[in-house]
Design a protein around this ligand. Structure first.
Ligand SMILES: [Zn+2]
Length: 219
């Protein structure tokens, strides 16, 4: 059986191109972050752009995606309501700025996992993404449409190619690269994953255009 997508979707899909390119045109002042329980120790934060997954537990906090840069203080406040443990992992599903914009600020507020590999000079949370995310972010800036190059502070500190497994908070978290998923028409750098606390549930379904594979994501 394939996994079932939970409502961790962005309303931006379908017209994501123009909508996510310019944070300057958007006013985030009035955006409130709402937390919704998903299952067990997994929550979804809804704010602006892509949703954020939060997993909490005795080891700390793991989040998936960081929304637009100006949303970072609100996201941090919402995370702190769910857990006072350190943010140790940030996972990016893909490169779009409504999923990676808050990487630097949120990573800086965290601390690396026990085996290191943190951002912000090694002192911050570890940022993990598919290798294509780093390729796109670290490419020379062109200033053209769909230029998703980004400052170094936002880059992933660890990348993977096909799959990665993290043991955290007593759970196994699987990151799985999905070919030709999202962004459409570009080099795919999307991933979905799931935790053992939510069997049969993808976390997160990044955008409604993403294709969830029919075969099981977990071996
Ligand atoms: Zn996107």
């Amino acid at each position: 059986m394939g996994c079932k997508a939970i409502p961790l979707v962005t309303t931006l899909a379908g017209f994501f191109g123009a909508a996510i390119l310019s944070t300057a045109q958007q006013n985030f002042d009035r955006v409130e972050v709402q937390a919704q329980p998903v299952q067990g120790n997994v929550y979804m934060l809804i704010g602006a752009g892509g949703n954020v997954t939060v997993q909490t537990g005795p080891d700390g906090v793991l989040i998936v995606d960081t929304q637009f840069e100006p949303m970072a203080p609100k996201l941090l406040a919402a995370i702190r309501k769910l857990s006072d443990k350190p943010i140790r992992y940030i996972i990016n599903t893909h490169v779009h700025p409504d999923h990676t914009g808050g990487n630097a600020a949120i990573a800086q507020a965290g601390v690396p996992p026990a085996d290191g590999g943190g951002s912000a000079g090694g002192q911050g949370a570890r940022v993990i993404a598919h290798e294509n995310v780093l390729k796109v972010m670290s490419a020379p800036k062109t200033g053209k449409q769909f230029d998703f190059s980004a400052p170094k502070e936002r880059w992933p500190t660890e990348t993977y190619t096909n799959r990665k497994t993290i043991q955290f908070n007593g759970e196994q978290i699987e990151l799985v690269h999905v070919e030709r998923a999202h962004p459409p028409g570009t080099r795919s750098c999307s991933s979905v994953g799931r935790t053992s606390s939510a069997p049969g549930t993808c976390m997160p379904s990044i955008d409604t255009r993403a294709t969830i594979p029919k075969e099981p994501l977990m071996a």
